[in-house]
Design a protein around this ligand. Structure first.
Ligand code: NDP
Length: 487
């Protein structure tokens, strides 16, 4: 077992499991085991539920302004420890340092600050009905469960915890087995900031551990970020006790470049939408539709910039802008998709291979890959790859591209590049996607609700909508006159 051992974080402290079951975590850029993690068994899972129930009793009665003050302190600590946390994210995920140091911790802290600020402005309604009246209270749900994916481990933990805790809930969070460390540090930071014990617990393990809690009758809500297949399993398991669910799932999003687009900006958008975080972003615009009149210019500039500006290498090197994929098995999956693209007749215009950067020869790197001559039926067009693989197609008319963009089971995101304002809004209104960008791609400020249409998800995270999803409405009718009845 590696010398460093991460334990489950329950009721304000790291807790040993009794059987010492553990799993290893691998640095994707080296293929080396970097630490081990204790798996939560049934005893710890029950302990975490009891702890979260106790935490909820205290936290839900803590005045919102006090909760806000405590959460603001946690956000400040996150910002102070930005570089330390960013490094953990780089080592666990393989993403470039230059991204983690600017984005991952800061967007997590943004979420905590935003929801902390919102928590004091929750107001009910009051309405007269004759001489009687009613009012409403927005109350927390209870113990919520957050289950995270591995691509933005800290950000996902912060987004879920921030909304849940600001609304007065407690949360048990299960990070992905591949990236378990930052959520545990977040739990320590919450305690340091003054969040009561049990309000944010982190349990470790795989889908079996997640499933145990999803089915647990004491859990009021499950918020999952993961694949569509996992979403279906979790939703089915949650149905047994009729829990509320929020599902942030996968996608195969279209990015449409019209003939009047600023082509340099469209190329920037397409590269961001496919190569950022080495393509491991749920909202990626992997189906790039380019109008036939600007296709030649778009491709020429895209290929030059991919060749000259994408730097695959050691993720800790600040000049690297494309890091390692999360695991060997995921790299093999991405390489198989690339093979299937070639087999199905697409033209490999760039890349398509595993890369072994100096010093990281055993890491899981795939270089930026661009396919052209794709058609709508190929697997690389229909299935989520979650790697740096861009597929470019041409189109002729607005009507045609809208129909093709919507021809998918997914509906997470969509982007368009064009100068014609009316066209931009007309087209966006017809795209079946929950998160859309016009002349931009990928930005997701916490103020903006995010979530998917169709099989890409249920419910919304972030924004006021995300906050409300962690509350339930109680209506209270008040009789002001003598009550009379037929009995
Ligand atoms: P997975 O669906 O494999 O896993 C997500 C989480 O669910 C992990 O913590 C996993 O545990 C857990 N899990 C797996 N099975 C179960 C189960 N039966 N019950 C409860 N929990 C379970 O996703 P990945 O981690 O591979 O992440 C990539 C996926 O996430 C992509 O599809 C991507 O599009 C999507 N995603 C969506 C986002 C969005 O906001 N819409 C954002 C980011 C990613 P473990 O892995 O430890 O076994």
């Amino acid at each position: 077992m590696p010398s460093t051992l991460l334990k489950n974080f329950i009721h304000g402290r790291h807790v040993d499991n009794s059987d010492n079951a553990f799993f290893d975590v691998i640095n994707p850029s080296t293929g080396q085991v970097i630490y081990a993690v204790q798996t939560a068994g049934e005893t710890l899972l029950e302990q975490t539920v009891t702890s979260a129930q106790e935490g909820f009793k205290i936290w839900s009665k803590t005045p919102a302004i006090e909760r806000a003050r405590i959460l603001q302190r946690a956000a400040a600590i996150l910002r102070e420890r930005n570089d330390e946390l960013a490094k953990i994210e780089v080592l666990d995920t393989g993403k470039p340092w230059q991204e983690a140091v600017e984005v991952d911790v800061q967007t997590g802290a943004d979420a905590i600050e935003y929801f902390a600020n919102l928590s004091t402005s929750v107001m009910g309604e009051q309405q007269s009905v004759g001489n009687d009246f009613f009012y409403t209270r927005h109350e927390p749900l209870g113990v919520c469960l957050g289950i995270g994916a591995w691509n933005y481990p800290l950000q996902i933990a912060c987004w879920k915890a921030a909304a849940a805790l600001a609304a007065g809930n407690s949360m048990i969070f299960k990070p992905s087995e591949e990236t378990p460390r930052s959520a545990s540090l977040l739990a320590e930071i919450f305690i340091q900031a003054g969040v009561p014990e049990g309000v944010f617990n982190v349990i470790q393990g795989d889908g079996v551990v997640g499933n145990y809690l999803v089915q647990h009758p004491a859990i009021a809500k499950v918020s999952l970020t993961g694949e569509v297949g996992t979403g279906k399993k979790v939703m089915a398991a949650a149905a047994g006790t009729l829990k509320t669910v929020t599902m942030e799932l996968g996608g195969k999003s279209p990015l449409i470049v019209f003939e009047d687009a600023d082509i340099d900006e469209a190329v920037t958008g397409a590269m961001l939408a496919n190569f950022y975080t080495q393509g491991e972003v749920c909202t990626n615009g992997t189906r790039v539709f380019v109008h036939k009149d600007c296709y030649a210019t778009f491709m020429e500039r895209l290929l030059v910039r991919t060749r000259d500006n994408v730097r695959v290498g050691d993720p800790l090197d600040p000049t690297t802008n494309l890091g390692a994929l999360i695991s060997n098995s995921h790299m093999q999956k991405v390489l198989e998709y690339i093979e299937s693209g070639k087999d199905e007749g697409a033209t490999l215009a760039f890349g398509g291979e595993r890369i072994k950067p100096p010093g990281c020869e055993n890491g899981y790197f795939v270089g930026p890959t661009i396919f052209t001559d794709c058609n709508d039926d190929m697997r690389i067009i229909r299935e989520e790859i979650f790697g740096p693989v861009m597929s470019v197609m041409t189109f002729d008319t607005e009507e045609e591209v809208i129909q093709r963009a919507n021809d998918t089971i997914y509906g997470l995101a969509a982007g368009i590049f064009c100068q014609d304002l009316r066209r931009a809004h007309r087209v966006i209104a017809q795209l079946e996607a929950g998160i859309c960008w016009i002349n931009a791609y990928g930005n997701s400020p916490v103020e903006m609700p995010v979530g998917g249409y169709k099989q890409s998800g249920i419910g919304r995270e972030n924004g006021i909508e995300g906050f409300k999803s962690y509350t339930q409405t109680k209506s209270i009718y008040v009789g002001m006159e003598k009550l009379e009845g037929p009995f």
